[in-house]
Structures are given as C-alpha cells and as structure tokens.
Design a protein around this ligand. Structure first.
Ligand code: FES
Length: 119
C-alpha cells in the first residue's frame, strides 16, 4: 500500500445508509475520487468510479444509496452495487465490481488505510 493511514472523517459524519463522505486517494499514481458510507453499522469505502464507465456514482455529492434500500447506485445509468463488498447486483456494471478501499473505524473516527494496487 502506497498511502499512509489518514483521517477521512469523524464517525458521526456517517449515518446508517445516509450520505457518504467523499475523499481523494492515489490510485495507480493518479488522484482518484473515493467515498465512504455506513451500512449495517460498518464503514465501507470504494473508488468513486462506476464499473460500467469511469463515471462518479453520486448524482449529488455524497448521495450513493438508492432511494429504496441499502444498495449503492450509479446515477448515470442505474447500476446497483452491494454496499458491503461493491459487487454488481444489477444494471450495466455486469460482473465488474466497485474497487474496494481499506478503511478502519476507531475511537470515533474513520481512517483510510490504502489500496492493494495503488502503485
Ligand atoms: S456509468 Fe454507471 S451505470 Fe453507466
């Protein structure tokens, strides 16, 4: 992992199935948008890049959850992803999942730990 651990946000900035917090990472040597959300009590983070086309998912900054449940949705063509692991659940993402990022929550804060392949 090329990135050192760094603070993303306070824990209480992430409500269950609520707005996510956007942040930036280095991915293959380039800055890339990312986000973290809370689902089923845990924090989950991904590159903010759809598996269908390299578009950001949120139609308004921080809005990642579909209106009717706990799935993440791409605002461009409606691809659905599981909040727990980023796998494609339906729509044009096919078999391409979101890129997962390592995060940890402790002592009231959420930290980015890095990616496995960020160069
Ligand atoms: S760009 Fe996300 S569904 Fe097409």
């Amino acid at each position: 992992m090329a990135d050192a651990e760094r603070l993303i946000c306070a824990s209480d900035a992430l409500r269950e199935a609520g707005p996510g917090v956007r942040f930036e990472v280095t991915y293959f040597g380039e800055p890339a948008p990312a986000f973290v959300v809370r689902w089923q009590g845990r924090v989950h983070a991904y590159l903010n890049r759809c598996g269908h086309m390299p578009m950001e998912l949120d139609w308004q900054p921080g809005v990642f959850f579909a209106a009717e449940g706990g799935d993440l949705v791409c605002s461009t063509h409606g691809a659905l992803y599981a909040a727990t692991d980023g796998r494609c659940l339906g729509g044009p993402c096919g078999s391409t999942p979101l890129v997962r990022l390592a995060v940890v929550e402790r002592e009231g804060a959420v930290y980015f730990l890095g990616t496995e392949d960020d160069g």
